[in-house]
Design a protein around this ligand. Structure first.
Ligand code: IPE
Ligand code: IPE
Ligand code: MG
Length: 247
C-alpha cells in the first residue's frame, strides 16, 4: 500500500511547514555547482505543493530563504533571487489553475526590487484562490519576526490602543507574520539536519517535528505522504497524560 493510501483524511494537519534543506550537498555529490541543486529543488517544490493540495492541506509553508542566507556568497544569493523570480513568474498560471493562493512571510522589502515586484503580482493574481495557501518564507527569520512584533506592540501601546495588561498570547500572535494562520501541526526538515534554523520559533511550540535524510532535490510526493503517515501515528499530548487525550 502506498503512503498516500495509508493517510487518514479525517486526521490531516491543517498546516505543514517545511525546511527545504540539502540542495548544496545534492549538487556537490554530482560534482555540480550548488545552484544546480537549487534549480532541481524547484521540482521538489512543485511535487510537494501538488501533494499537499491533493490531500486537502490548508496551509503549506516553505522556508525558501532565511535572513542568515544573505550571508552566503553573493553569486549564490543572486542566483537564488533570479530563480525565485523566474519560478514565481512561471508558476502563477498553475497556481491559479489549481486554486492555490500564494502568500509570503519575512522581510519582503529587503528582497531585490524585481523579486518583490514579481512576488507582489503573483500574490495579487492568486488572492482569490481558496483550495490551499502556499506560504513562502523569504528573507525570513523568527527572531526578526518577533522583534518586529515587539516594536509594533510598543508603538501601539504608546498610542494608547491597549494597555500592557491586555497583552495575551492571542494578542501577540496578531503581530506575527503568520497572524490568522493555524499553527503548523507538522514541521518537516530534509537533509538529515536536526535543527530549527530560526524558523517559526513561536509557531512551532507544539508542532510534531519530522526529519528525513532525503536531500531536498530528491524529495517527492510519497516522501511528503510518508511524513503525514508518521505524524498521524503520534500522540499529541500538549502537556497532558496519555489517558486524558486518547479517545
Ligand atoms: C537549502 O539548501 C536551500 C537554501 C537554504 C536556500 P542548502 O543550500 O542549504 O543546501 P546544503 O545545506 O548546503 O546542502
Ligand atoms: C535553512 O537552511 C534555511 C532554508 C532552508 C531556507 P540553511 O541550510 O540555511 O540552515 P543552516 O544554516 O544549515 O542551519
Ligand atoms: Mg542547508
Amino acid at each position: 500500500m502506498s503512503y498516500k493510501e495509508r493517510i487518514d483524511t479525517g486526521k490531516l494537519p491543517q498546516h505543514v511547514a517545511i525546511i527545504m534543506d540539502g540542495n548544496g550537498r545534492w549538487a556537490k555529490q554530482r560534482g555540480e555547482h550548488r545552484v544546480a541543486g537549487h534549480q532541481h529543488g524547484v521540482t521538489s517544490v512543485r511535487e510537494t505543493v501538488e501533494a499537499a493540495a491533493e490531500i486537502g492541506i490548508q496551509y503549506l509553508t516553505l522556508y525558501a530563504f532565511s535572513t542568515e542566507n544573505w550571508n552566503r556568497p553573493k553569486e549564490e544569493v543572486f542566483a537564488l533571487m533570479q530563480l525565485l523570480v523566474s519560478t514565481i513568474h512561471s508558476e502563477v498560471k498553475t497556481l491559479n489553475e489549481n486554486d492555490i493562493r500564494l502568500l509570503a512571510i519575512g522581510d519582503l522589502k529587503s528582497l531585490p526590487e524585481d523579486c518583490w515586484k514579481e512576488l507582489k503580482e503573483a500574490m495579487q493574481a492568486t488572492s482569490g484562490n481558496k483550495r490551499m495557501n502556499l506560504v513562502l518564507a523569504l528573507s525570513y527569520s523568527s527572531r526578526w519576526e518577533i522583534i518586529e512584533a515587539v516594536k509594533n506592540i510598543v508603538s501601539d501601546l504608546e498610542e494608547g490602543k491597549f494597555s500592557s495588561k491586555e497583552i495575551t498570547e492571542q494578542q501577540f500572535e496578531h503581530y506575527l507574520c503568520t497572524a490568522g494562520f493555524p499553527e503548523p501541526e507538522l514541521m518537516i526538515r530534509t537533509s538529515g539536519e536536526h535543527r530549527i534554523s530560526n524558523f517559526l520559533l513561536w509557531q512551532l511550540s507544539y508542532s510534531e517535528l519530522y526529519f528525513t535524510d532525503k536531500l531536498w532535490p530528491d524529495f517527492r510526493k510519497e516522501d511528503f505522504y510518508e511524513a503525514i503517515v508518521d505524524y498521524q501515528g503520534r500522540e499529541r499530548r500538549f502537556g497532558k497524560i496519555s489517558e486524558q487525550v486518547s479517545e
